[in-house]
Design a protein around this ligand. Sequence first.
Ligand SMILES: Cc1cc2nc3c(=O)[nH]c(=O)nc-3n(C[C@H](O)[C@H](O)[C@H](O)COP(=O)(O)OP(=O)(O)OC[C@H]3O[C@@H](n4cnc5c(N)ncnc54)[C@H](O)[C@@H]3O)c2cc1C
Ligand code: FES
Length: 321
Amino acid sequence: MARKLSASCIDLHSPFCPCILAETNHCILCSHLKGQSTCDCNWAGVCILYEKYWQPKICTDEKPTVRIEVETTISRRELIATNTHLLGFTVNESLAAELGKTGSFVFLKQPSDPEFFHFPVGVMKVNGRMVEVVIEDVGPKSKRLLTGGEQIVVRGPYYNGILGQPWIDNITCGTIILVVGGMGQGPALAIGTKLLANQNNVIAIIAPGKTEKIFIGQELRELGAMVYAVDSLRRSGMGILGRLFEAGEKIDLVVSTGPDEQHYGVIAAMQCASVNIPMAATNNATMCCGEGICGSCQREAVDNRTLRMCKVQTDFSQLAT
Ligand SMILES: Cc1cc2nc3c(=O)[nH]c(=O)nc-3n(C[C@H](O)[C@H](O)[C@H](O)COP(=O)(O)OP(=O)(O)OC[C@H]3O[C@@H](n4cnc5c(N)ncnc54)[C@H](O)[C@@H]3O)c2cc1C
Ligand code: FES
């Protein structure tokens, strides 16, 4: 498996490319669609310039495909820990199918609330047309969604919820350590399910974090993962991780789902054990539009480039601290 990931756009090869950024000459990948006169893209199997000018949807002056908003009803609601709620709702078949992709998330809000109440929520499970998410009541947007009525507006699909997504999608018959903290449990269940379906051996180290409860441990075990449930990653989880690295078993990938501080802790443990393997990590940027337009998700990379994290798929270790 390639140790380095070259930065790419998460919407490449999707119905959402070419996007509004290409329309405004700010495409992430195509130099021509950034206003330059020469082509120096890192060829990824598709020419965005060709797609923009010659594909039928553009020739007929159709606008770039944008995400749909659907209104639906919360059909399952469960308090799974203090301030942490599991919500289930149905969407149409095509949206449900898209939300099965690794790293998928949606924006949610109450129908009567203005656009700026929309906030990103990762998909934990898709079963037919039923989507399950877990939401922590932390501030105005989540409180409003969780305490309002049963009708909600879902906007999606968005895909860049995990950095290092190709590593997760492409690995088969490997050994993966999944390090999970608090609200990272939602995406961890989706990722663990995918990895196990691809005949991988998954070792999960899970801590409840601020949610104060481990709610995916049993399900991951039933799916075939080996689960270490710990009270704290800092106090005991990182020690287990270090010992797994030092045990000498071949580990192909580490996936960290949780806050950025946890990702840095995992990187430190890898450095301490002189382990040099790929690490995928949840994308914790602040996101408002999800389309590369508003700029709220911008982060600096180690090479001083600024990256719009809702669009750019990269390696977490390439982000500046
Ligand atoms: C890709 C992605 C997936 C996420 N998945 C989940 C999930 O499955 N469940 C869940 O409970 N939360 C998830 N979050 C975080 C969630 O979006 C924030 O908790 C929510 O926006 C908080 O808004 P608030 O108004 O309730 O709280 P605030 O008081 O506004 O913020 C509380 C915390 O959330 C962060 N935050 C605020 N607005 C945003 C925003 N627009 N985007 C990202 N972070 C924000 C703040 O920096 C702060 O740390 C996800 C975030 C991202 C980027
Ligand atoms: S969320 Fe608006 S640019 Fe990324």
